[in-house]
Ligand binder design. Structure first.
Ligand code: PMP
Length: 407
């Protein structure tokens, strides 16, 4: 992307001009959450000012307008993920809730004692714990795909793990620690050869690479709005219609029912069967605006520019003595995790913060991965399309100072 375009983009994110400890903010914690462009914040404001009424139940004008906006947002998400049908899009609170929904509802319908769930070694806790809870409930076993020293999944080992006991596979599209882009299409193909469904955790993928759920043939695909420039509290579960029809509701309440008597309740059709209670219709509307915004910039352009930033940051980091990049997969997205000598990542993060630079340190909610690497955690810089090479230069100079102070 050209400099001028990036400057125009940055002007849409007021927070990027803020000062922290009298230093210009450099925000490299995009993997945790992204900043919001004006259009998204303005959408939230205007929705509350002009479109606020509870949806689906009202005969009155405002309720109908709010319902239209929520359902139009569902259509936008379907188009964004290239899903066949808008009924296959369920709004959730985020990735975590979407995975819990599948682990519970799929588990109720298909899990059996003695069966197995396969995840990978590089999963976020939200793609481990719900499956562990399912395994505990149903007397099942969690199996783990290992990785090589570069942080790439070992596909031969994965093929060996698949067997007639496997009930579902759940893997991240992009690792939030290593940045590895996993070969999810190949994973899905191998699983489908044995009629095993696959959930893909797309939390770190959708902001950075174009996703087509039909082309991937994913059975379930999940992501969070706040990681793709949308608001917090809204996320998405895509599920193939055949699966969503075959599994029971996750929560009971209003909206998800067709009829209720004290003797028996019948459930609503898709997608409402999985949306109990008042949904976040303001959040869905603002998420649709965020998706419109990234599509206007173009996900291919975003992917190319962020790749350039990631490569540049990696090269510059390697100028520092005793630098250890954690995760060197050949296909990586916008994340660089690192350690310097024996310096604790927390100390680096603290001092960088005082210089105005926001990075994340620790286990990044992927403790089993960090343990498997026998490290205390990492420092993680994660980039968005509003970041620049100049910011990376400032970060490298600051990091050199920090390393000098701590060595
Ligand atoms: N999966 C991955 C790969 C993530 O990076 C994250 C967020 N760090 C999550 C799941 C959880 O997302 P959320 O907290 O928005 O539900």
């Amino acid at each position: 992307m050209e400099k001028e375009k990036i400057e125009q983009i940055r002007a849409e994110f007021p927070i990027l001009t803020e000062q922290i400890y009298k230093k210009q903010l450099i925000y490299f914690d995009n993997g945790a959450t992204t900043q919001k462009p004006r259009c998204v914040v303005e959408k939230i404001n205007s929705a509350y000012y002009h479109l606020n009424a509870n949806i689906h139940r009202g005969v009155h004008y405002l309720s109908q307008k709010a319902t239209e906006a929520h359902e139009a947002a569902r259509q936008s998400v379907a188009e964004f993920l290239k899903a066949d049908k808008r009924e296959e899009i369920i709004f959730t609170r985020g990735t975590t809730e979407a995975i819990n929904l599948v682990a519970f509802s799929f588990g109720e319908a298909f899990a059996k004692p003695g069966a197995e769930v396969i995840v990978s070694v590089m999963e976020h806790h939200s793609n481990i714990v719900p499956w562990q809870m399912l395994c505990q409930r149903k007397g099942m076993t969690l199996r783990v795909i290992p990785m090589n020293e570069k942080g790439e999944l070992q596909m031969d080992k994965f093929a060996e793990l698949l067997n007639e006991k496997t009930c579902i596979v759940s893997v991240s599209h992009v690792s939030n620690v290593l940045g590895t882009v996993n070969p999810v299409k190949e994973i899905i193909k191998l699983a489908h050869d044995q009629n095993i469904p696959v959930l893909v955790d797309g939390a770190q993928a959708v902001p950075h690479i174009p996703v087509d759920v039909v082309e991937l043939d994913a059975d379930f695909y999940v992501f969070s709005g706040h990681k793709i420039y949308g608001p917090t509290g809204i996320g998405v579960l895509y599920g193939k219609e055949k699966w969503l029809n075959a599994i029971p509701p996750y929560q009971g309440g209003g909206e998800m029912i067709a009829t209720v008597t004290f003797e028996k309740t019948t459930y609503n059709e898709l997608p409402f069967k999985f949306e109990a209670g008042t949904p976040d219709y303001i959040g869905s509307t603002a998420l649709a605006e965020a998706l419109r915004y990234v599509q206007e910039i173009g996900l291919n352009e975003i992917a190319a520019y962020e790749h350039e930033l990631t490569e540049y940051a990696t090269q510059r980091l390697l100028e520092i003595e005793n630098m250890r990049i954690i995760g060197t997969a050949s296909n990586k997205s916008s994340v660089v995790s690192f350690l310097v000598g024996n310096i604790h990542p927390y100390d680096i993060g603290m001092l960088l913060d005082k210089m105005g630079i926001a990075v994340r340190t620790g286990h990044h909610c992927a403790q089993p991965l960090i343990d498997s690497l026998h490290i205390p955690g990492t420092v993680r810089a994660s980039f968005a399309f509003y970041n620049t090479k100049e910011e990376i230069d400032t970060f490298i100079e600051a990091l050199k100072k920090v390393v000098g102070m701590l060595s």
